[in-house]
Design a protein around this ligand. Structure first.
Ligand code: IPM
Ligand code: MG
Length: 356
């Protein structure tokens, strides 16, 4: 198969792990007789430096014309003082909206090899962590109107949070369908005791639940969910939630698995063209040192093969190779534990390549 992959190298330490991920994709292509053609796309701080815009229209078009997008992470202190509309993160939000990617899947699975790096008590981690957060990605407060005005006395800022029935229904359905393919349990997370958007969310979810009698369904308030994730993560199979709650809960969920440096993600809409990215940031503090963990990005590439290119055997192979390298006791600095050998970004990828 020939596939065109748009590559966004990202900022700070991101180009380091994207480069290693491409080596892994090339190895897979070579072994399985595929051709991956890469198209470079500038987004985030990189695009601001080149074009004064975090995602110029022409760059978005390149993504829309590709078979999928591999994305590193954007942002860094250099661009932190720019106004909201010019920040690197705005490029990411425009990419999500411009490609219609309303469904973001973030798996939280503990690699048994990394259990010692989990901050949870060993008896809690031992019960297993294997759930997935389905985060709504193109609505809510991220995309409502933002404004800051001066009311004569002081500054007043407003961010509008809005959800419509169709936005809730399409992500809710993905939640139920995902649960159906797993352990058949869905937790819908909201703040229905306070927010109107959450009350509408809950109403739509209850209507959907009637269509999925085979899925065990529950509502959970977001504050309680934040607590349950550390108290008893084994209770979760699939969590579905709105944009900002999903942002916050997915960082929490990733950390309990040992390292945020291990969690990939997929963002999809109504087609197979998606964006695949690690959920961690661009790690400015360790940029240029060849120590950033490339695994979340490499595992994101595996998700791309599986969900956008229907190459599940190839995806399995990457995941197996990552597992084998962990089995051999190799780690990056972020998830080391006693008795392990710490390798650099490039060197740990060399090991993964040897396993493919
Ligand atoms: C994420 C990130 C982004 C988000 C930022 C960089 C805008 O935290 O993908 O989780 O909040 O969605
Ligand atoms: Mg986040």
């Amino acid at each position: 198969m020939e596939k065109k992959i748009a590559v966004i190298r990202g900022d700070c330490s991101s180009p380091e792990f994207v480069k290693e991920t491409i080596r892994v994709l090339d190895k897979i292509a070579q072994k399985h007789g595929h051709t991956f053609v890469y198209e470079e796309v500038a987004m985030g701080g990189d695009a601001i430096d080149r074009y004064g815009d975090p995602l110029p229209e022409a760059e978005l078009q390149k993504c829309l014309n590709s078979d999928s997008v591999l994305l590193g992470s954007v942002g860094g202190p250099k661009w932190d003082t720019l106004p909201g509309d010019k920040r690197p993160e705005k490029g990411l939000l425009r990419l999500r909206a411009g490609m219609g990617l309303y469904s973001n899947a973030r798996p939280a699975r503990i690699w048994p090899q990394l259990a010692p790096a989990s901050p949870l008590r060993p008896d809690i981690a031992a019960n297993g962590i294997d759930f997935i957060i389905i985060r709504e990605l193109t609505g809510g407060v991220y995309f409502g109107e933002h404004s800051t005005i001066h009311n004569g006395t002081e500054e007043v800022a407003t961010d509008i949070m809005e959800y419509s029935v169709h936005e809730i229904e399409r992500i809710g359905r993905i939640g139920f369908e995902t649960a159906r393919k797993r352990r058949k349990k869905l937790t819908s997370v909201d703040k229905a005791n306070v927010l109107d958007t959450s009350r509408l969310w809950r109403k739509v979810m209850h209507e959907l639940a009637e269509e999925y009698p085979d899925v065990e369904y529950e509502d959970m308030l977001v504050d309680n969910c934040a607590m349950q994730i550390v108290k008893n993560p084994a209770q979760f199979d699939v969590i579905v939630t709105e944009n900002m709650f999903g942002d916050i809960l997915s960082d929490e969920a990733s950390m309990i698995t040992g390292s945020i440096g291990m969690i990939p993600s997929s963002s999809l809409g109504d087609t197979t063209v998606g964006v695949y990215e690690p959920i961690h940031g661009s790690a400015p503090d360790i940029a240029g040192q060849n120590i950033v963990n490339p695994m979340a990005c490499i595992l994101s590439a595996a998700m791309m093969l599986r969900y956008s290119f229907d190459m599940s055997e190839e995806a399995d192979e990457i995941e197996r190779a990552v597992g084998a390298v962990l089995d051999q006791g190799f780690r990056t600095a972020d998830n080391q534990s006693e008795g392990c050998t710490v390798l650099g970004t490039k060197e740990i990828t060399d090991r993964i390549l040897e396993e493919i």
